[in-house]
Design a protein around this ligand. Structure first.
Ligand code: ADP
Ligand code: ADP
Length: 233
């Protein structure tokens, strides 16, 4: 079952004479349960691709099917809802609300999804247990280590049961030991069937995935570890 089916995605920023073609036609299929590493030089289009795949931005051209749903034509509220229901995000900078507890941070995506108070608390607690933070439910980000903050962010990303977990340099602010712990957690999520896509420039992080896609100049330059039959024609 394909989670991602993207065909000929393009992205042009700007207008008139100042346009930048950030993606020049990317076709890509990712099966449920795959762990894909996305690598490539700075400016090659990795963030642009992640933003399109994560429904944070819309392509200039091409089609995109996410979790069995055609999403390239969505805009406005429909796009936000699809993003909320289908995608979980993890960022280098954690992006947690600093004044709120771990529980409140993880409950936030469910507030927007109109999940009731008790159910929110239950699911957030469960998600924090899943990432090994059952002892830190009431802690605020300032009272947590970088690795723990990233675990909270991962719990938040998972709490709505997304089809796809997208991580942009998730270990960029972590020391190597903590980074290894976070990658082990990704390994556990992978084993439980979560589909993962990670942007990284760290070889040790990229190697943890079972497939590595390299982007150069807005195109797929290499795709290693892909099993047969996954091409988009
Ligand atoms: P990467 O994540 O690989 O560093 P990006 O996707 O951020 O690459 O950028 C790809 C290209 O698109 C670069 O030339 C970059 O300058 C340009 N770009 C990215 N975002 C914007 C934007 N919002 N407006 C204009 N150009 C952009
Ligand atoms: P960088 O890769 O430059 O360190 P981030 O990883 O923080 O930046 O963010 C990657 C992309 O996701 C950026 O284009 C940013 O605008 C967007 N972004 C960051 N945080 C959020 C968020 N909480 N919700 C939606 N989009 C975000």
């Amino acid at each position: 079952r394909a989670v991602i089916e993207a065909r000929d995605l393009t992205k042009v920023y700007g207008r008139g004479e100042n346009t930048v073609e950030a993606l020049a036609g990317v076709s890509l299929a990712v099966e449920a349960g795959e762990w894909v590493s996305l690598i490539g030089p700075s400016g090659s289009g990795k963030s642009t691709l992640m933003n399109l795949l994560g429904l944070l931005d819309r392509p200039t051209g091409g089609s995109y099917n996410l979790g069995g749903r055609e999403v390239s034509g969505l805009r406005g509220g429909e796009l936000s809802r699809a993003r909320r229901d289908l995608v979980g995000f993890v960022f280098q900078s954690y992006n947690l609300l600093p004044g709120e507890t771990a529980l409140a941070n993880v409950e936030l995506p469910m507030v927007y999804a109109d999940v009731g108070r008790k159910e929110r608390r239950r699911r957030a607690t469960e998600a924090l247990e899943r990432v090994g933070l059952s002892g830190r439910l009431k802690h605020k980000p300032t009272e947590l280590s970088g690795g723990q903050m990233q675990r909270v962010a991962i719990a938040r990303a998972l709490v709505n049961g997304p089809s796809l977990l997208l991580a942009d340099e998730p270990t960029g602010n972590l020391d190597s030991k903590t980074s290894e712990e976070i990658m082990s957690l990704f390994g556990e999520l992978h084993d439980s069937g979560v589909t993962i896509m990670v942007v990284t420039h760290e070889a040790e992080v990229a190697e943890r995935g079972d497939r590595t896609i390299e982007i150069r100049d807005g195109r797929i330059f290499g795709d290693e570890g892909r099993s047969p039959g996954r091409d988009v024609e």
